[in-house]
Design a protein around this ligand. Structure first.
Ligand SMILES: *Cc1c(COP(=O)(O)O)cnc(C)c1O
Length: 387
């Protein structure tokens, strides 16, 4: 479907049919029925006939249609956070005694779920080097039920050859989940390569204004209905109608925002790539990126996330660099209008600063909507700190 039709029209004619250009916010928990028959029908089809807002809500349904179309899947479900969407997706696919193969460095709370929480319920797991597709397949065991991917991931951007993994998984009856937050649904379409469930932190690009926390899950009709009837309704981690409406509004400008972010980010990356105070730039569209053939195969655009290693081992200089940045704000998230710097050092105890393998000089940058010239000036200034 044409991207403009998805972002500007899809899902908005029915059931409203009125004259408002923007869909109404159904700020209601409950729906009322004129007859018992109608109430009964609604309850039997609770996933698509509004009965109670923990199930279906007309404003949320507009968003669901758009998100499913963006990911080219039959259905989507919208959650209160990316973490909630990921939790529902993973739990829907495993039971006690099963095994999960997961990439080595997924989003931190995804790792917590698999390693910390699911282990309590006798679900075993292996975390395998994310850039090594062969090794991921080699870790599949007889009881493996799920392969969990994040391609690219959101710190160092390792990618997997998705098609190779899904082809193998389908032969073995194993389900695949892919966190597509980093690429956005505009720049990577995992469903085309056979991924069963695609998840996003829609807090990032899909909301895009640093004002909504939400998550999405995109999948086929049968998986959707099972997750709806089980994890979705039970966990109750739904998005509110107001926030769904904010996301619908955000989607109007998704393509424009992604274009600006991507243009800016390429310019900032070109600058950082050749700067003498940068030891390494991690960026899918830099010349030094380790997996150009996978970028070529899977990504149709770049987006705004990149990570730098400063040319210093001195924690004080890293701190000074961060405190000198003015336009890049210190913060953890990404995907909004604002440019952000997230130093790895914030997640470490100072006792570990001198240990080998601790990248105290690593900083993730998110290039937002501000003009790249201003952002480059900001980085130029802060990089003078490093000697
Ligand atoms: C932020 C993020 C998440 C978690 O999403 P929330 O909306 O913060 O719950 C999951 N995966 C990736 C790649 C993320 O960047």
């Amino acid at each position: 479907m044409n991207i403009d039709d998805i972002l500007f029209h899809l899902g908005e004619s029915t059931p409203f049919g009125g004259t408002s250009a923007s869909p109404p916010i159904y700020q209601t928990s409950n729906f009322i029925f004129p007859t018992l028959d109608q109430m009964k029908t609604a309850l039997q089809h609770e996933d698509h006939i509004p009965f109670y807002t923990r199930g279906a809500n007309p404003t949320v349904q507009v968003l669901q249609e758009k998100i499913a179309a963006l990911e080219e899947t039959e259905h989507s479900l919208i959650f209160a956070s990316g973490s909630a969407a990921i939790t529902a997706a993973i739990i829907s696919q495993v039971k006690a005694g099963d095994h999960i193969v997961c990439i080595s460095n997924p989003y931190s709370w995804t790792k917590k779920l698999i390693e910390g929480i699911l282990a309590k319920f006798s679900v075993a797991s292996d975390f395998v080097e994310a850039s090594d597709t062969e090794a991921i397949l080699a870790h599949v065991r007889e009881n493996t039920r799920l392969i969990y991917l994040e391609s690219p991931n959101s710190w160092t951007y390792e990618m997997q050859d998705i098609e190779v993994i899904t082809t193998f998984a389908k032969q073995q009856g194993i389900r695949t989940i892919l966190d597509n937050s980093c690429a956005s649904p505009l720049y990577q379409k995992p469903a085309r390569y056979g991924v069963d469930i695609i998840v996003h932190s829609s807090t990032k690009y899909l909301s895009g204004h640093a004002d909504v926390v939400s998550g999405v899950l995109c999948t086929s009709s049968d998986i959707y209905l099972s997750i709806f009837k089980n994890e979705y309704m039970t966990f109750g981690a739904i998005i509110s109608p107001l926030e769904a409406w904010l996301m619908i509004r955000s989607l109007r400008s998704l393509e424009l925002r992604m274009e600006k972010v991507s243009k800016n980010a390429l310019e900032v990356a070109r600058f950082l790539e050749k700067h003498p105070k940068i030891a390494h730039l991690f960026y899918t569209h830099s010349e030094s990126f380790a997996q150009p053939e996978l970028v070529e195969k899977y990504l149709s655009g770049n987006g705004g996330l990149m990570t730098i290693d400063l040319k210093t081992n001195n924690a004080h200089q890293v701190e000074q660099f961060c405190n000198t940045l003015k336009r890049f704000k210190l913060g953890c998230s990404w995907g909004g209008f604002e440019s952000l710097a997230f130093p790895a050092i914030t997640t470490m105890s100072s006792l570990n600063y001198n240990k080998p393998d601790t990248a105290i000089n690593r900083i993730r940058l998110y290039v937002g909507l501000e003009d790249s010239g201003l952002l480059i000036d900001d980085l130029t200034n802060a990089l003078e700190i490093i000697d």
